[in-house]
Unconditional design. Structure first.
Length: 256
C-alpha cells in the first residue's frame, strides 16, 4: 500500500502528491513515456526530411506533414496518457507502478474506446472554444475523467463520458485550479527550454530533440495528475477512501 494517503485533497495538495509519486518512480514513468514518444519523434523526423528532400524545402512540406503530425501526436498522447494513468494508479494504491509491459497489455484492448473518447473530447472542446471559449473550458473540465473511466473501470466510450460528467459535477472549479497550477508549471519550464534553444542558436533538429526530452520528462505528471483527480473526485462524491478502508481489511485495494 502506498504511503501517499488516499483522501480528499486541495488543488495544491494534488499537485504536491503528483510530484511525490513522480519522484519516487521517475525512471519507470519516463521510460513509459519514451516508449511511445521517442519512436514517434524518429518517424516524424524521417518523414520530415524525406518530404523536404522530395519537395526541395522544409517549408514546402505543407499540409500533408501537418496532418500527419497532428494525427500521430493525437494517437501517441492518447496512448501515453492511458498507460501513465494505469501505472500511476498502481503506484498510488499499491505503492508500485508495476511493469510497463503489463500496463500496455491492459490498455491495448481499450485502444478503440480510448481513441473514440479522445476524438469525442477533442470535437466537443474545439466546438466549445469556437462558441466564445467558456463552453470549451467547461467541456474539458466535465470530461476530465474519461480516460481513467475507460482504463480503470473498463467503461465504454459513452459510459466514460457519463461517468466523468457524474464525477465532475459541482467540482469543476476544483479541477480547473488543479490543472491551472500544473499548466503554469509546464509553461514556465517550456519557455525555459525555448530560451535555452535561443541561447544555443536556433536549429530545428535541436529544438525538436530538446522539446521531446522535455515532454518525455514532464508529461508523466499530466497522467499522474489526471489519475489523482479521478480518485479525488471519487473520494469527494462516493467516499471511495472509506470504501477502500472498509473493504481491504489488510488486502491491497483493486485499481479501479
Amino acid at each position: 500500500m502506498s504511503d501517499i494517503e488516499l483522501r480528499k485533497r486541495s488543488a495544491t495538495e494534488l499537485v504536491d502528491a503528483a510530484f511525490q509519486l513522480y519522484r519516487r518512480h521517475a525512471l519507470v514513468f519516463i521510460m513509459a513515456t519514451a516508449l511511445f514518444y521517442a519512436p514517434w519523434l524518429v518517424l516524424n523526423l524521417i518523414l520530415f526530411r524525406s518530404l523536404a528532400g522530395a519537395t526541395g524545402t522544409a517549408a514546402s512540406v505543407g499540409f500533408g506533414r501537418l496532418l500527419f503530425v497532428w494525427t500521430g501526436s493525437f494517437i501517441t498522447f492518447t496512448l501515453m496518457s492511458a498507460v501513465l494513468t494505469k501505472m500511476s494508479a498502481e503506484a498510488y494504491l499499491k505503492g508500485e507502478p508495476g511493469r510497463i509491459e503489463d500496463a500496455v497489455r491492459d490498455v491495448l484492448p481499450r485502444v478503440p474506446s480510448l481513441i473514440g473518447s479522445a476524438i469525442g473530447k477533442w470535437f466537443l472542446i474545439t466546438l466549445g472554444f469556437m462558441l466564445l471559449i467558456v463552453p470549451g473550458v467547461i467541456f474539458s473540465l466535465m470530461y476530465i475523467a474519461t480516460t481513467a473511466a475507460i482504463v480503470l473501470e473498463g467503461k465504454s466510450v459513452t459510459d466514460a463520458f457519463g461517468r466523468s460528467q457524474q464525477l465532475a459535477r459541482n467540482q469543476k472549479g476544483h479541477v480547473f485550479v488543479t490543472y491551472l497550477l500544473i499548466g503554469l508549471i509546464w509553461m514556465l519550464l517550456y519557455f525555459g527550454v525555448l530560451m535555452l534553444v535561443s541561447m544555443l542558436g536556433f536549429n530545428l533538429v535541436i529544438l525538436q530533440v530538446l522539446i521531446t526530452l522535455f515532454i518525455i520528462m514532464y508529461y508523466p505528471l499530466f497522467g499522474i495528475i489526471e489519475m489523482l483527480i479521478y480518485y479525488d473526485l471519487r473520494v469527494r462524491n462516493e467516499g471511495y477512501d472509506v470504501e477502500v478502508m472498509a473493504g481491504s481489511l489488510g488486502e491491497r485495494p483493486a485499481v479501479g
